[in-house]
Design a binder for this molecule. Sequence first.
Ligand code: P6P
Length: 336
Amino acid sequence: MTDTVTLSAFLTQQLFISSPSADIELIRLLEAVARSCVRISAGLRQGALAGILGSLETENVQGETQKKLDVIANQIMLDELDQSGTVAGMASEEMEDPVLASGRSGPYLIFFDPLDGSSNIDVNVSVGTIFSIVRAPQAAELAETRSWLQPGRMQVAAGYAIYGPSTQLVLTLGHGVQAFTLDVLTGCFVLTAPRLQIPPTTSEFAINVSNQRFWDESVHSYIQDLLQGSSGPRGKHYNMRWVASMVADVHRILTRGGVFLYPVDARIKEQGGKLRLMYEANPMSWLVEQAGGRASTGQSAILDVVPQGLHQRVPVILGSCEEVENLIQRYCSDGF
Ligand code: P6P
Protein backbone atom coordinates (compact mmCIF):
# COMPACT_ATOMS: atom_id res chain seq x y z
CA MET A 1 0.00 0.00 0.00
CA THR A 2 1.27 3.47 -0.87
CA ASP A 3 1.33 6.21 1.79
CA THR A 4 0.74 3.84 4.69
CA VAL A 5 -0.22 5.58 7.92
CA THR A 6 0.60 3.55 11.00
CA LEU A 7 -1.40 3.83 14.22
CA SER A 8 1.41 5.77 15.89
CA ALA A 9 1.66 8.22 12.97
CA PHE A 10 -2.12 8.69 12.98
CA LEU A 11 -2.23 9.32 16.72
CA THR A 12 0.64 11.80 16.49
CA GLN A 13 -1.26 13.65 13.72
CA GLN A 14 -4.30 13.71 16.01
CA LEU A 15 -2.10 15.19 18.74
CA PHE A 16 -0.84 18.03 16.60
CA ILE A 17 -3.61 18.63 14.10
CA SER A 18 -7.21 17.78 14.92
CA SER A 19 -7.52 16.53 18.47
CA PRO A 20 -5.66 18.71 20.96
CA SER A 21 -7.19 16.62 23.74
CA ALA A 22 -5.21 13.60 22.50
CA ASP A 23 -2.13 14.22 24.64
CA ILE A 24 1.07 12.22 24.49
CA GLU A 25 0.02 10.10 27.48
CA LEU A 26 -3.13 9.03 25.65
CA ILE A 27 -1.10 8.17 22.58
CA ARG A 28 1.26 6.04 24.65
CA LEU A 29 -1.73 4.36 26.30
CA LEU A 30 -3.33 3.52 22.95
CA GLU A 31 0.01 2.18 21.74
CA ALA A 32 0.08 -0.09 24.79
CA VAL A 33 -3.45 -1.27 23.96
CA ALA A 34 -2.29 -1.99 20.41
CA ARG A 35 0.73 -3.97 21.65
CA SER A 36 -1.60 -6.01 23.86
CA CYS A 37 -3.87 -6.78 20.90
CA VAL A 38 -0.91 -7.87 18.75
CA ARG A 39 0.14 -10.31 21.51
CA ILE A 40 -3.41 -11.60 22.03
CA SER A 41 -3.81 -12.03 18.28
CA ALA A 42 -0.61 -14.10 18.15
CA GLY A 43 -1.85 -16.31 21.00
CA LEU A 44 -5.19 -16.89 19.28
CA ARG A 45 -3.50 -17.78 15.99
CA GLN A 46 -1.35 -20.39 17.74
CA GLY A 47 -4.53 -21.76 19.39
CA ALA A 48 -4.39 -25.51 19.89
CA LEU A 49 -0.73 -25.60 18.86
CA ALA A 50 0.13 -23.61 21.97
CA GLY A 51 -2.12 -25.73 24.21
CA ILE A 52 -4.10 -22.63 25.22
CA LEU A 53 -7.59 -23.54 24.03
CA GLY A 54 -10.25 -24.92 26.30
CA SER A 55 -11.70 -23.90 29.65
CA LEU A 56 -10.39 -23.63 33.18
CA GLU A 57 -12.12 -24.85 36.32
CA THR A 58 -12.62 -21.21 37.33
CA GLU A 59 -15.44 -18.71 36.80
CA ASN A 60 -15.10 -14.95 36.32
CA VAL A 61 -17.00 -12.31 38.24
CA GLN A 62 -19.86 -12.73 35.78
CA GLY A 63 -20.21 -16.40 36.79
CA GLU A 64 -18.98 -17.45 33.34
CA THR A 65 -16.52 -20.34 32.90
CA GLN A 66 -13.15 -18.84 32.05
CA LYS A 67 -11.27 -19.92 28.96
CA LYS A 68 -7.52 -20.28 29.27
CA LEU A 69 -7.21 -17.43 26.78
CA ASP A 70 -9.52 -15.20 28.87
CA VAL A 71 -6.97 -15.30 31.67
CA ILE A 72 -3.95 -15.04 29.34
CA ALA A 73 -5.46 -12.06 27.48
CA ASN A 74 -6.36 -10.35 30.75
CA GLN A 75 -2.80 -10.69 32.03
CA ILE A 76 -1.33 -9.39 28.76
CA MET A 77 -3.55 -6.29 29.02
CA LEU A 78 -2.64 -5.71 32.68
CA ASP A 79 1.11 -6.07 32.00
CA GLU A 80 1.24 -3.81 28.93
CA LEU A 81 -1.07 -1.13 30.33
CA ASP A 82 0.66 -1.03 33.72
CA GLN A 83 4.11 -0.83 32.12
CA SER A 84 2.97 2.09 29.94
CA GLY A 85 2.88 4.33 33.03
CA THR A 86 -0.16 6.10 31.56
CA VAL A 87 -2.96 4.67 33.70
CA ALA A 88 -3.91 5.24 37.33
CA GLY A 89 -6.00 2.09 37.29
CA MET A 90 -7.45 -0.74 35.23
CA ALA A 91 -10.79 -2.58 35.40
CA SER A 92 -11.60 -5.80 33.56
CA GLU A 93 -14.58 -8.03 32.93
CA GLU A 94 -12.37 -10.84 34.28
CA MET A 95 -11.69 -9.22 37.66
CA GLU A 96 -14.11 -8.49 40.51
CA ASP A 97 -12.22 -5.37 41.55
CA PRO A 98 -10.13 -2.86 39.63
CA VAL A 99 -6.36 -2.66 40.11
CA LEU A 100 -4.24 0.44 40.58
CA ALA A 101 -1.03 1.10 38.67
CA SER A 102 1.88 -0.68 40.34
CA GLY A 103 4.42 1.92 39.26
CA ARG A 104 3.98 5.36 37.74
CA SER A 105 0.34 6.41 37.99
CA GLY A 106 -0.90 8.06 34.81
CA PRO A 107 -3.85 10.39 34.06
CA TYR A 108 -6.25 7.73 32.68
CA LEU A 109 -8.46 4.83 33.74
CA ILE A 110 -9.09 1.98 31.33
CA PHE A 111 -11.96 -0.51 31.33
CA PHE A 112 -11.65 -3.57 29.13
CA ASP A 113 -13.10 -6.89 28.14
CA PRO A 114 -9.90 -8.71 27.21
CA LEU A 115 -11.53 -11.42 25.14
CA ASP A 116 -15.15 -10.76 24.26
CA GLY A 117 -17.08 -13.67 22.77
CA SER A 118 -14.57 -16.16 24.11
CA SER A 119 -17.08 -19.00 23.91
CA ASN A 120 -16.36 -18.81 20.17
CA ILE A 121 -12.61 -19.45 20.53
CA ASP A 122 -12.76 -23.25 20.55
CA VAL A 123 -14.85 -23.22 17.37
CA ASN A 124 -12.53 -20.75 15.62
CA VAL A 125 -15.03 -17.89 15.26
CA SER A 126 -14.02 -14.20 15.54
CA VAL A 127 -13.58 -12.77 19.03
CA GLY A 128 -12.29 -9.41 20.20
CA THR A 129 -10.88 -7.07 22.84
CA ILE A 130 -12.96 -4.03 23.85
CA PHE A 131 -11.59 -0.98 25.70
CA SER A 132 -12.86 2.31 27.11
CA ILE A 133 -10.64 5.12 28.43
CA VAL A 134 -11.62 8.01 30.72
CA ARG A 135 -9.66 10.58 32.72
CA ALA A 136 -8.71 9.38 36.19
CA PRO A 137 -10.15 11.11 39.27
CA GLN A 138 -7.89 12.79 41.78
CA ALA A 139 -5.42 10.38 43.44
CA ALA A 140 -7.19 10.73 46.77
CA GLU A 141 -10.42 9.41 45.25
CA LEU A 142 -8.92 6.45 43.37
CA ALA A 143 -9.41 3.99 46.22
CA GLU A 144 -13.19 4.51 45.91
CA THR A 145 -14.44 2.51 42.91
CA ARG A 146 -17.47 4.79 42.62
CA SER A 147 -15.09 7.61 41.58
CA TRP A 148 -14.29 5.50 38.50
CA LEU A 149 -17.91 5.28 37.36
CA GLN A 150 -18.33 8.01 34.76
CA PRO A 151 -21.09 8.10 32.08
CA GLY A 152 -20.05 7.00 28.59
CA ARG A 153 -20.04 10.59 27.36
CA MET A 154 -16.88 11.14 29.45
CA GLN A 155 -14.80 8.69 27.39
CA VAL A 156 -11.71 10.18 25.75
CA ALA A 157 -10.96 7.11 23.62
CA ALA A 158 -12.68 3.81 22.97
CA GLY A 159 -12.44 0.92 20.57
CA TYR A 160 -11.91 -2.75 19.96
CA ALA A 161 -9.66 -5.23 18.26
CA ILE A 162 -11.36 -7.92 16.20
CA TYR A 163 -9.44 -11.16 15.70
CA GLY A 164 -10.94 -12.37 12.43
CA PRO A 165 -9.47 -13.33 9.04
CA SER A 166 -7.40 -10.22 9.66
CA THR A 167 -6.79 -8.50 12.98
CA GLN A 168 -8.20 -4.98 13.00
CA LEU A 169 -8.16 -2.20 15.57
CA VAL A 170 -11.15 0.16 15.42
CA LEU A 171 -11.12 3.28 17.56
CA THR A 172 -12.47 6.75 18.14
CA LEU A 173 -10.95 9.78 19.85
CA GLY A 174 -14.15 11.74 19.30
CA HIS A 175 -13.40 12.69 15.68
CA GLY A 176 -15.06 9.89 13.75
CA VAL A 177 -14.14 6.20 13.70
CA GLN A 178 -10.94 4.86 12.19
CA ALA A 179 -9.99 1.25 11.38
CA PHE A 180 -6.45 -0.12 11.29
CA THR A 181 -5.37 -3.50 9.96
CA LEU A 182 -2.49 -5.44 11.51
CA ASP A 183 0.37 -5.92 9.07
CA VAL A 184 1.64 -9.28 10.33
CA LEU A 185 4.94 -8.72 8.50
CA THR A 186 5.79 -5.60 10.49
CA GLY A 187 3.63 -6.07 13.59
CA CYS A 188 2.19 -2.58 13.01
CA PHE A 189 -1.44 -1.49 12.68
CA VAL A 190 -1.93 0.43 9.40
CA LEU A 191 -4.82 2.84 8.72
CA THR A 192 -7.20 1.12 6.26
CA ALA A 193 -10.48 2.99 6.87
CA PRO A 194 -10.16 6.70 7.79
CA ARG A 195 -13.86 7.19 8.58
CA LEU A 196 -16.31 4.33 9.13
CA GLN A 197 -19.95 5.42 8.76
CA ILE A 198 -23.17 3.54 9.50
CA PRO A 199 -25.90 3.97 6.83
CA PRO A 200 -29.11 5.35 8.43
CA THR A 201 -31.17 2.49 6.97
CA THR A 202 -30.51 -1.25 6.81
CA SER A 203 -32.00 -4.62 5.94
CA GLU A 204 -29.97 -6.63 8.47
CA PHE A 205 -30.69 -7.27 12.13
CA ALA A 206 -28.84 -9.13 14.87
CA ILE A 207 -30.59 -10.66 17.87
CA ASN A 208 -30.49 -14.04 19.63
CA VAL A 209 -33.92 -15.30 18.52
CA SER A 210 -33.74 -18.26 20.92
CA ASN A 211 -34.79 -15.76 23.61
CA GLN A 212 -38.02 -14.83 21.76
CA ARG A 213 -40.37 -16.28 24.40
CA PHE A 214 -38.81 -13.92 26.99
CA TRP A 215 -39.05 -10.69 24.96
CA ASP A 216 -41.31 -7.82 25.95
CA GLU A 217 -44.05 -6.70 23.53
CA SER A 218 -42.02 -3.83 22.01
CA VAL A 219 -39.19 -6.14 20.89
CA HIS A 220 -41.60 -8.88 19.88
CA SER A 221 -43.66 -6.61 17.60
CA TYR A 222 -40.51 -4.98 16.17
CA ILE A 223 -38.95 -8.32 15.18
CA GLN A 224 -42.28 -9.69 13.90
CA ASP A 225 -42.55 -6.70 11.55
CA LEU A 226 -39.04 -7.37 10.22
CA LEU A 227 -39.79 -11.07 9.70
CA GLN A 228 -42.90 -10.25 7.62
CA GLY A 229 -40.53 -8.88 4.99
CA SER A 230 -41.78 -7.23 1.80
CA SER A 231 -45.46 -7.99 2.49
CA GLY A 232 -45.19 -6.66 6.05
CA PRO A 233 -45.32 -3.12 7.48
CA ARG A 234 -41.60 -2.49 6.81
CA GLY A 235 -42.05 -3.32 3.09
CA LYS A 236 -38.73 -5.08 2.58
CA HIS A 237 -36.94 -8.37 3.27
CA TYR A 238 -34.57 -8.38 6.24
CA ASN A 239 -31.55 -10.66 6.69
CA MET A 240 -30.41 -11.88 10.13
CA ARG A 241 -26.95 -12.40 11.59
CA TRP A 242 -25.96 -13.46 15.15
CA VAL A 243 -22.29 -14.25 15.80
CA ALA A 244 -22.64 -14.26 19.62
CA SER A 245 -19.51 -12.12 19.65
CA MET A 246 -20.46 -8.47 20.18
CA VAL A 247 -17.23 -7.29 18.55
CA ALA A 248 -17.99 -9.24 15.35
CA ASP A 249 -21.63 -8.08 15.19
CA VAL A 250 -20.76 -4.44 15.88
CA HIS A 251 -17.87 -4.52 13.40
CA ARG A 252 -20.27 -5.71 10.69
CA ILE A 253 -22.64 -2.86 11.55
CA LEU A 254 -19.84 -0.26 11.49
CA THR A 255 -18.76 -1.67 8.14
CA ARG A 256 -22.11 -2.07 6.30
CA GLY A 257 -24.92 -1.01 8.63
CA GLY A 258 -27.43 -3.05 10.58
CA VAL A 259 -29.09 -3.12 13.98
CA PHE A 260 -27.94 -5.11 17.03
CA LEU A 261 -30.27 -5.91 19.91
CA TYR A 262 -29.56 -7.42 23.29
CA PRO A 263 -32.66 -6.16 25.12
CA VAL A 264 -33.58 -6.89 28.69
CA ASP A 265 -36.12 -9.72 28.79
CA ALA A 266 -38.02 -11.79 31.38
CA ARG A 267 -35.01 -14.12 31.68
CA ILE A 268 -32.47 -11.43 32.62
CA LYS A 269 -34.74 -8.74 34.09
CA GLU A 270 -33.10 -9.06 37.51
CA GLN A 271 -29.63 -8.37 36.12
CA GLY A 272 -30.83 -5.41 34.03
CA GLY A 273 -29.58 -6.95 30.78
CA LYS A 274 -26.77 -9.17 29.49
CA LEU A 275 -24.07 -6.80 28.23
CA ARG A 276 -21.86 -4.78 30.58
CA LEU A 277 -22.04 -1.00 30.53
CA MET A 278 -18.48 0.07 31.34
CA TYR A 279 -16.49 -2.17 28.99
CA GLU A 280 -18.96 -3.33 26.33
CA ALA A 281 -21.96 -1.01 25.89
CA ASN A 282 -20.21 2.35 26.50
CA PRO A 283 -17.24 1.88 24.12
CA MET A 284 -19.40 0.29 21.42
CA SER A 285 -22.07 3.00 21.78
CA TRP A 286 -19.55 5.82 21.40
CA LEU A 287 -18.13 4.17 18.27
CA VAL A 288 -21.64 3.76 16.84
CA GLU A 289 -22.61 7.39 17.57
CA GLN A 290 -19.30 8.64 16.14
CA ALA A 291 -20.07 6.64 12.98
CA GLY A 292 -23.50 8.29 12.63
CA GLY A 293 -25.56 5.57 14.27
CA ARG A 294 -27.56 5.48 17.49
CA ALA A 295 -27.22 3.47 20.72
CA SER A 296 -30.02 3.22 23.26
CA THR A 297 -31.18 1.17 26.25
CA GLY A 298 -34.70 1.65 24.86
CA GLN A 299 -35.31 4.38 27.43
CA SER A 300 -32.22 6.57 27.06
CA ALA A 301 -28.98 6.95 25.15
CA ILE A 302 -26.52 4.41 26.54
CA LEU A 303 -23.85 7.10 26.82
CA ASP A 304 -26.09 9.05 29.22
CA VAL A 305 -26.54 6.16 31.68
CA VAL A 306 -25.06 7.10 35.06
CA PRO A 307 -23.18 3.97 36.15
CA GLN A 308 -24.09 2.39 39.49
CA GLY A 309 -21.52 -0.40 39.49
CA LEU A 310 -18.36 -1.56 37.75
CA HIS A 311 -20.02 -4.65 36.23
CA GLN A 312 -23.44 -3.13 35.70
CA ARG A 313 -25.44 -4.61 32.80
CA VAL A 314 -27.70 -2.65 30.44
CA PRO A 315 -30.04 -3.37 27.53
CA VAL A 316 -28.35 -2.59 24.20
CA ILE A 317 -30.02 -1.50 20.95
CA LEU A 318 -27.54 0.02 18.50
CA GLY A 319 -26.83 0.60 14.84
CA SER A 320 -28.61 2.26 11.90
CA CYS A 321 -30.68 5.22 13.16
CA GLU A 322 -33.93 4.31 11.40
CA GLU A 323 -34.12 0.90 13.09
CA VAL A 324 -33.07 2.03 16.56
CA GLU A 325 -35.61 4.86 16.41
CA ASN A 326 -38.36 2.49 15.21
CA LEU A 327 -37.88 0.31 18.31
CA ILE A 328 -37.58 3.30 20.68
CA GLN A 329 -40.94 4.56 19.39
CA ARG A 330 -42.48 1.21 20.29
CA TYR A 331 -41.07 1.42 23.81
CA CYS A 332 -42.51 4.94 24.12
CA SER A 333 -45.97 3.92 22.86
CA ASP A 334 -45.91 0.83 25.11
CA GLY A 335 -45.40 3.16 28.04
CA PHE A 336 -41.89 2.12 29.09
P1 P6P B 1 -25.71 -15.03 23.90
C1 P6P B 1 -20.36 -12.83 24.58
O1 P6P B 1 -20.46 -13.68 25.71
C2 P6P B 1 -21.30 -11.66 24.82
O2 P6P B 1 -20.94 -10.98 25.98
C3 P6P B 1 -21.30 -10.74 23.61
O3 P6P B 1 -20.06 -10.69 22.97
C4 P6P B 1 -22.37 -11.34 22.72
O4 P6P B 1 -23.00 -10.37 21.88
C5 P6P B 1 -23.36 -11.93 23.72
O5 P6P B 1 -22.64 -12.15 24.94
C6 P6P B 1 -23.91 -13.24 23.23
O6 P6P B 1 -24.90 -13.66 24.16
O7 P6P B 1 -26.79 -15.00 24.98
O8 P6P B 1 -26.28 -14.96 22.50
O9 P6P B 1 -24.71 -16.14 24.07
